[in-house]
Design a protein around this ligand. Structure first.
Ligand SMILES: Nc1ncnc2c1ncn2[C@@H]1O[C@H](COP(=O)(O)OP(=O)(O)OP(=O)(O)O)[C@@H](O)[C@H]1O
Ligand SMILES: [Mg+2]
Length: 426
């Protein structure tokens, strides 16, 4: 199994310098970060490239994508003046499945310890993992002891039976192997995968939001992905194959303009809602170059309101679809009233207001926080996933450092393929 080796390498204490790679639909972005003492993360190197050869989160052109990856990592290496070997990579939520499993374990009157929790993770993972799927994350969400629900950390508590709800995220082996091969072509190796909206949450959400429950929507170029936190834990992930690129396409079609101009017009003048001063939107005229027309004087003249009329239905439809998905999965996401939007496409004016209206939640825009050394351009929502990968790596470093100490004293016999999820323990 590919994951066996990869996850095993994660058992080692991560080095102080880590390299992460976000492979998105529009861009491939690499950060090299120094994980300092305490909670600091200092970005030392940055590289990004237009992404090629990826569709709906999966590789469709290996050569093109590996060129983008090689260029992005090389630029980051040059800036940081280090040579990279291993990278932690984001995986699109379109390639994964979220499962919540209830498992129980007899504890016969003794105090619960780390090994009990790992055994439960192993049981949950075994019941969903198959020969064609790989386990990416295995996160205990809530515990109960002898029927007492809502226990956050059962370690040290005494009882007869320990129960847990465990969130297992799986990915199909085939597409995952292609990412290994792609990174391998760049003479690098994958140290692990993190589901993209999980990474985005880690760089944009504050602790209170995670504890009280929050839904995060990462609005990218080709996708809108969702992560739901409940009681401090990632409870669900979901994915819709629609994003900012679709808005650009709508503008290009609606105004008969080349994609390049449609993208520029969207960024400069686009909005998902008419402004409160809507007569201003009618007065500002935008000149739109036409497909096949060289003479800029012959551009189409449109008002901002006309542009909004093209953009709004797509954003509305996206949030309506998100609403359906959240309803389907269960009422936890609906019950939490807080929503954070991130990803490049969330930067369109009016998106926050529309989300708040349709999803009926208190909504804010999320940008990467707690990562130092990023210039202003990189502190925007487009780079939330990449920054989040560094936050994830720091979390692992801390967990592994403390666990490795314990493991060397008392290595449990069941540490096989599944033992590696200790990192997503408590
Ligand atoms: N200021 C802006 N206003 C509106 N849209 C923007 C702005 N900046 C970027 N975008 C849009 O954001 C999208 C890119 O976002 P992002 O970089 O998060 O995507 P990605 O990670 O490459 O894609 P995905 O996550 O879907 O694989 C593009 O569609 C782009 O048009
Ligand atoms: Mg993205």
């Amino acid at each position: 199994m590919y994951f066996k080796t990869v996850r095993k390498s994660l058992q080692k204490v991560l080095p102080e310098i880590v390299t992460v790679l976000d492979i998105g639909t529009s861009k491939v972005c690499c950060y090299i970060g120094r994980l300092g003492s305490g909670d600091t993360i200092q970005v030392m190197g940055v590289g990004y490239e237009a992404s090629k050869g990826i569709r709906n989160g999966a590789i469709v052109n290996m050569e093109a994508l590996s060129t983008s990856v090689a260029r992005a990592t090389h630029a980051a290496e040059q800036m940081a003046q280090v040579t990279v070997n291993d990278i932690l990579v984001s995986l699109s939520a379109g390639l994964v499945e979220s499962h919540i499993l209830d498992v129980s374990l007899p504890i016969a009157g003794r105090a619960v310890d780390d090994n009990d929790i790992r055994k439960m993770q192993q049981t949950a993972a075994q019941s969903v993992g198959g020969s064609n799927s790989e386990i990416l994350h295995c996160i205990p969400v809530t515990f109960n002891i002898d029927g007492t629900r809502g226990v956050k950390d059962p370690r040290g508590m005494v009882g007869e039976s320990l129960g847990a709800s465990i969130h297992v995220i799986t990915a199909e082996t085939g597409p995952v192997r292609n990412f290994y091969a792609c990174v391998d072509r760049c003479h690098l190796s994958v140290s692990g995968f993190v589901v993209a909206p999980y990474a985005s949450s880690l760089s944009t959400l504050v602790e209170d939001e995670i504890d009280l429950g929050v839904t995060l929507i990462d609005m990218g170029a080709g996708s809108t992905s969702i992560s739901v936190f409940y009681d401090g834990r990632l409870y669900h992930t979901d994915y819709l194959p629609v994003g900012g690129l679709h808005v650009t396409n709508d503008i290009a079609r609606g105004l008969s303009t080349p994609l390049l101009h449609a993208e520029r017009i969207k960024i400069l003048h686009g909005s998902a809602m008419v402004s409160p001063l809507s007569n201003q939107d009618d007065r500002g005229i935008i000149s739109v170059p036409q497909i096949g027309e060289d003479d800029p004087q012959k551009g189409l003249q449109v008002t901002k309101s006309e542009l909004v009329r093209i953009i709004r239905p797509r954003i509305e439809e996206t949030f309506e679809l998100v609403k359906e998905r959240l309803k389907k999965f269960n009422d936890v996401a609906i019950a939490s009233k807080r929503l954070v939007l991130t990803g490049g496409a969330s930067q369109l004016p009016g998106v926050r207001e529309l989300a708040s209206l349709i999803l009926d939640k208190h909504t804010r825009l999320g940008k990467p926080i707690n990562v130092q050394g990023l210039d202003e351009r990189m502190r925007t929502a487009s780079f939330a996933t990449c920054a989040g990968l560094l936050v994830y790596a720091r979390g692992e470093q801390k967990l592994n450092a403390s666990r490795q100490k314990k493991m060397s004293q008392n290595a449990p016999a069941f540490f096989g393929r599944f033992g590696v999820w200790l990192r997503e323990n408590l």
